[in-house]
Design a protein around this ligand. Structure first.
Ligand SMILES: Nc1ncnc2c1ncn2[C@@H]1O[C@H](COP(=O)(O)OP(=O)(O)OP(=O)(O)O)[C@@H](O)[C@H]1O
Length: 313
């Protein structure tokens, strides 16, 4: 199992490590050359445009899909192994639950199949949404079914919870409530969460770690705090064509001209020369700039990097 020495000098366990992960269907590559590490204990947002391969990536981590290239490990174990299965829960986008079962029967099934089952937490999640325990799954609304799927996932008391766009069919109040449950559970038990989302509010309010994938692989990965502080948003006078000379030694993620003003999102490599107004960008500005600029070199924080040699070990 690989570990990395973190800032405090403690060895941090890896929840997920992906090495050159790729999946090819007949139509082409769904996921390509994806390498990253998710340290244990983080709540990580997985972001990317439609079709970037987020569901595919999650599918390989829970052994629903076999990668075409590369490998993925969950707590150092192969997906599908007893160790990985015991420690991981997956909530798929379409929330497949047995439609003819009642809510109580589904929870009983969860209890019987999982040695670490936490009935109290599972029941509380169902009860706080006033979902009747006697109702059949097939008669529930989409949002209620999501709530029951959440209860099943949390009831398993996983070390790693993988959620594929979990909030897409929930009303704002329920989203808020279930996100609070998610954060409280994760904080109490040190659960690692990998959650794909298109909602920037989820990222800003919940996630402390971020992985951005696009057609060319991983574009950004690391602690949200580190990703924010690595960038500066500069505004100055537009004096000529192309990237301003002052910025030539820095990584310019994106620059845009509006009238006589130029705005540039930059990864500064030391102090920036010239007359610029500088501010810290927000997560949305960084995300959009990277997704619009496929040629910008990716930024992978040290904590999110894998050692390619470890893939063969
Ligand atoms: N079973 C399949 N057969 C063929 N192509 C597939 C299959 N599953 C996914 N794909 C393709 O792989 C690519 C990645 O799909 P995936 O569902 O992983 O993306 P995503 O990032 O989760 O997208 P979204 O944000 O829209 O949910 C898409 O182009 C999709 O059409």
């Amino acid at each position: 199992m690989s570990t990395v020495i973190g800032n405090g000098g403690f060895a941090e366990e890896s929840a997920i490590e992906a090495y050159g992960l790729g999946k090819r269907y007949r139509r082409g590559w769904a996921l390509k050359d994806c390498s990253f590490r998710l340290p244990a204990g983080r709540i990580c947002g997985l972001v990317g445009p439609n079709g970037a391969g987020k569901t595919t990536l999650m599918g390989t981590a829970v052994n629903l899909l076999k990668p075409t290239t590369g490998t993925v490990r969950v707590f150092g174990a192969a997906p599908g192994s007893e160790e990985a299965n015991r420690r991981t829960a997956f909530l798929a986008q379409e929330k497949p639950l047995f439609r003819r079962f009642t809510v109580a029967e589904i929870l009983r099934l969860g209890r019987e199949l999982n040695p670490r089952w936490d009935q109290k937490t599972a029941e509380e999640i169902v009860r706080s949404g006033n979902v009747p325990f006697t109702a059949r799954i097939g008669t529930l609304s989409g949002g209620q079914r999501t709530r029951v799927a959440f209860a099943l996932a949390f009831g398993r008391r996983p070390d790693l919870l993988i959620l594929d766009e979990p909030m897409s069919d929930l009303d704002p109040l329920v989203r808020h409530e279930l996100m609070s449950v998610l954060m409280a559970e994760a904080a109490e038990h040190g659960t690692t969460v990998l959650m794909s989302t298109h909602m920037l509010a989820d990222l800003e309010n919940i996630c402390d770690y971020l992985i951005v994938i696009a057609s060319g692989g991983v574009r950004l990965a690391g602690e949200v705090e580190d990703l924010l502080t690595a960038h500066t948003l500069l505004t100055g006078a537009h004096t000529g064509e192309g990237v301003p000379q002052d910025l030539a030694r820095h990584t310019v993620v994106e620059s845009r001209v509006s009238g006589r003003q130029v705005t540039a999102l930059v990864r500064p490599d030391g102090p920036v020369a010239g007359t610029w107004q500088a501010c810290t960008p927000n997560l949305e500005e960084i995300l959009l700039a990277y997704l619009r600029s496929p040629d910008t070199p990716p930024l992978i924080s040290p904590s999110a990097q894998v050692d390619p040699k470890a893939a063969a070990a």
